[in-house]
Design a protein around this ligand. Structure first.
Ligand code: ADP
Ligand code: MG
Length: 264
């Protein structure tokens, strides 16, 4: 479990100004150092605009650092010759599922990833069915993706990532349009699919991150906290603020009990 898999070394990233002649905006991410080991479940938390999506895109080599370096399974993301190698390893579910739809039928959309990877047709069929069942969308396999609801589109995006059988899953706020019950059921189903993978999940709900091996807390582009829930509840005021705003008094009390037990 201690093999380095994703590494950010002093990473800074600034977007170009929207209009020519405008001053360069402040960095979306600033001096980020982090290590994710193979097989870890890592959550990224932070307010709107804190840099969570930017961090996900840097991991998938959609963006490359302005300074510093990102490596994924030993490959530097700025090495353009290795771009396909990185993309093969990563299954990314973007924040806006509309931007990801490529086919006119749900099952073709899910098949797109493994087809691109040259997977055999029988195996593609099996993966597509399994993935659609895992997200509870099997009955919708012949529908048109554009006519699905927001939550269904999110589930379709997740199925598409599962069918790629990636080494790394990047979920960028992929559960936000789901009601709590679907969210919980889906994450349970996903556990089996993602068990052998490394998972980086950008989340809003603290319940999603509670059991993460590592939680990364971003605030205005800076990494202000890194650790387990129990550690951050002690060390990170920004995390405490988010936890307090979401967990009930009872949950917080139970949590303290659990934390004490773990520390024994
Ligand atoms: P989060 O996902 O945590 O809401 P983002 O990573 O999307 O945050 O954004 C971080 C910062 O970068 C914000 O200030 C945002 O406005 C800015 N930003 C994000 N995407 C772009 C873009 N394509 N062009 C310019 N600025 C951007
Ligand atoms: Mg975002």
């Amino acid at each position: 479990m201690s093999e380095k898999f994703i590494e950010f070394k002093n990473v800074t990233y600034t977007y170009e100004p929207e209009e020519q002649g405008e001053a360069k905006p402040s960095p979306a991410l600033c001096n980020i150092d982090l290590t994710v080991n193979r097989g870890e479940f890592v959550a990224v938390l932070g307010h709107n605009g804190s840099g969570k999506s930017t961090l996900a895109k840097l991991t998938n080599a959609i963006l490359v650092p302005e300074s510093g370096a990102v490596t994924v399974d030993g490959i530097d993301t700025s090495d353009e010759d290795r771009l396909t190698d990185i993309r093969r390893k990563v299954g990314m579910v973007f924040q806006n599922p509309d931007n990801q739809i490529v086919a006119t039928i749900v099952e073709d959309d899910v098949a797109f990833g493994p087809e691109n990877l040259g997977v055999a047709p029988d195996e593609i069929r099996r993966r597509v069915d399994d993935a659609l069942k895992a997200v509870g969308m099997y009955d919708y396999r012949l529908r048109e993706p554009h006519k699905l609801s927001g939550g269904q589109k999110q589930r379709l995006s997740i199925a598409r990532a599962i069918a790629k059988d990636p080494k790394i899953y990047l979920f960028d706020d992929s559960f936000s349009a789901l009601d709590y019950k679907t969210d919980v059921a889906l994450r349970r189903a996903l556990k089996a699919q993602t068990d052998n993978a490394t998972v980086l999940i950008v989340a809003q709900r603290i319940s999603t991150v509670l059991h993460a091996n590592q939680i990364l807390v971003l605030d205005e582009g800076r990494l202000v906290g890194k650790g387990t829930h129990a550690q951050l509840m002690v060390s990170c005021p920004e995390y405490q603020e988010i936890a307090r705003s979401q967990l009930s008094q009872k949950e917080l009390a139970l949590d303290t009990l659990n934390t004490e037990k773990e520390g024994e």
